[in-house]
Write a protein that binds this ligand. Structure first.
Ligand code: GLU
Ligand code: MG
Length: 434
C-alpha cells in the first residue's frame, strides 16, 4: 500500500515564519474548507514562543483557507518526499478574511489600489548566505559561484519548477553571499513567490546538508542580506504608466507621486519592512542598504532607487521600475508590500511631487545639505521604527486596533528577547532562525 502523500497548507506570519498543517494530498475537503488554525499563532515570535500578553490567549478558532492558484509541487529533492504545499489566507470560520492575516491585508490594499485605477507589477530580489567552510573567493566571481554548486543550479531549477520565474542567480559581494532575482508579476503573486523562494531554498539546503540564511546580517561586520522590492505601475487597462522619458527620473506623474508616498512614510514603513532588532545592524550608512529616506537614480544608497534601463531595452515602458531597498527577510513579504501599496496610494491621493533626486550618498552630505533636500535618517533601531509607526497617524490608520495591539505586543516582546545581547549574539540568533 502506498502511503498518502502530504500537502502542507501554509501561512506566513508577522515574523515571516511560514507555518501550517499538512493533509493527505488525495483528500478533497481541504480544498474548500481549509484546515483549523489558532489565533494566538499570529503572536508567535521567530524563536518558537507566543508573545505574552497577546490579545488571544487560548480562545478562538480560525481556518487556513488555501488559494489553489499558489500550489507548488516539487519532486526530486534528494532524500525527501515531494515538497508539496499551497499558500492560504487566515479566515474566520465563515470564510471571511481575518484582520490580522498578512495575505488578506495585501489583498485589501491591492483592491484599494485597483479602485484608484492602478495595478502593480512587482519582483522581490532576495539575498542570502550559504555559510560554511568554502574557501573565500572574490566577490561576484565565477569561482565564488562554482563553490556553491550544484546547489545554485539545483535551486534555479527548483524555482523554475515551482513557477517563480527565476531570472538571475549570482554570487554577491559578501563572503558566501548570493542573490536570486525573478521576473515581475502581479503584486499578490510576487509576495507569494518571495515566500516560495525562501521555503524552496531552505528545503533544498536542508536536503543537501547546507546551511542557508536569509537573515539581514550574519555577523555585525559582514555584508547585509537585503530584500529589494521592485515596483512598476499599470493603469486599470494594464497599460504601463511608470516610464516617461521627458520627466525628471523618467517617472510619470503617477509613479512620482507613488514613490513620494513611500519616501514620506518611510520611517513608519520600516516597522514592517525592517521589523526585527537585527534589521538595524543592516540599515546603516555606506552599506548600500539605504539609511536615509530619499529617492535617487542609479544610487544604491537611496532608499528608493530608480533602476536604469539599457539603451537596448525592447519594451522600456514595461520594464522600467523603481526599487524599495530598506526591506529584509525578517519582514513578511505580503505585509511589507501592503504598506508600500498604501503609502504609494497616499502619495497618489495627495498628488505628491517627485522629491529631489539624490544621486550621491546622503551620508557624505552635511546635515545642512540633507536638511535642504528634506532627507531624513531612517530609524536606527526597532524601538525607533515602532515609535515612528505610532507617530504616523496615516500609517497606523491602515490597520485595525486588534492588529496594532497584536503587532506592537509581538514586536516589543521580540525586542525584549534580545535586550542585552551583543551584536554578535543578535546575528547568531537571527541567522539561525532565518
Ligand atoms: N547587500 C545590500 C543590501 O543589504 C545590497 C547590495 C545590492 O545593491 O545588491 O541591501
Ligand atoms: Mg544584491
Amino acid at each position: 500500500m502506498t502511503p498518502p502523500s502530504l500537502l502542507a497548507i501554509l501561512t506566513t506570519d508577522l515574523v515571516a515564519m511560514t507555518r501550517g498543517r499538512s493533509v493527505s494530498a488525495d483528500a478533497q475537503s481541504w480544498r474548500t474548507q481549509g484546515v483549523g488554525w489558532v489565533p494566538a499563532n499570529i503572536s508567535l515570535d521567530p524563536f518558537g514562543a507566543i508573545a505574552s500578553p497577546n490579545p488571544y490567549g487560548a480562545a478562538g478558532d480560525m481556518r487556513l483557507l488555501p488559494d489553489l492558484d499558489t500550489e507548488v509541487h516539487l519532486t526530486g529533492i534528494p532524500g525527501r518526499p515531494d515538497l508539496h504545499f499551497v499558500l492560504a489566507d487566515i479566515t474566520a470560520l465563515d470564510g471571511t478574511p481575518w484582520q490580522c492575516c498578512p495575505r488578506s491585508i495585501l489583498r485589501a490594499a491591492l483592491a484599494d489600489l485597483a479602485a484608484a485605477g492602478f495595478q502593480l507589477d512587482v519582483s522581490f530580489e532576495q539575498e542570502f548566505s550559504l555559510p560554511g567552510d568554502a574557501p573565500a573567493h572574490p566577490p561576484f566571481s565565477l569561482q565564488a559561484h562554482r563553490t556553491a554548486e550544484p546547489f545554485l543550479s539545483d535551486l534555479f531549477a527548483a524555482l523554475d519548477e515551482a513557477g517563480t520565474d527565476p531570472e538571475t542567480i549570482l554570487a554577491e559581494y559578501g563572503a558566501q553571499q548570493f542573490e536570486v532575482t525573478t521576473g515581475p508579476t502581479h503584486a499578490l503573486a510576487a509576495a507569494d513567490r518571495a515566500v516560495v523562494i525562501r521555503e524552496v531554498a531552505r528545503d533544498l539546503a536542508a536536503a543537501t546538508g547546507r546551511r542557508i540564511s536569509f537573515a539581514p546580517k550574519l555577523t555585525p561586520d559582514g555584508i547585509g542580506n537585503g530584500v529589494h522590492i521592485h515596483l512598476s505601475l499599470r493603469d486599470a487597462t494594464g497599460h504601463p504608466v511608470t516610464y516617461d522619458p521627458t520627466q525628471p527620473g523618467n517617472l510619470t506623474a503617477e509613479a512620482a507621486a507613488f514613490a513620494a508616498g513611500l519616501v514620506r512614510h518611510m520611517a513608519a514603513l520600516c516597522a514592517f519592512t525592517a521589523p526585527s532588532p537585527v534589521s538595524y545592524l543592516r540599515l546603516t550608512p555606506h552599506h548600500w542598504s539605504a539609511a536615509y529616506a530619499c529617492i535617487g537614480e542609479r544610487n544604491r544608497e537611496a532608499a528608493v532607487r530608480i533602476c536604469p534601463l539599457p539603451a537596448s531595452a525592447r519594451d522600456p515602458a514595461r520594464s522600467f521600475n523603481f526599487e524599495y531597498r530598506p526591506a529584509d527577510a525578517t519582514a513578511n513579504p505580503h505585509l511589507a508590500l501592503a504598506v508600500l501599496v498604501r503609502a504609494g496610494l497616499a502619495g497618489l491621493r495627495d498628488k505628491l511631487p517627485l522629491p529631489p533626486l539624490v544621486n550621491t550618498d546622503p551620508a557624505d552630505m552635511t546635515a545642512a545639505e540633507r536638511a535642504a533636500l528634506g532627507i531624513v535618517r531612517l530609524p536606527d533601531s526597532l524601538p525607533s521604527a515602532l515609535a515612528a509607526l505610532k507617530a504616523d497617524a496615516e500609517v497606523s490608520g491602515w490597520f485595525t486596533p486588534l492588529f496594532l495591539e497584536t503587532y506592537f505586543g509581538l514586536k516589543k516582546h521580540e525586542e525584549a528577547l534580545s535586550a542585552g545581547d551583543s551584536a554578535t549574539a543578535l546575528c547568531h540568533r537571527y541567522s539561525a532562525a532565518y
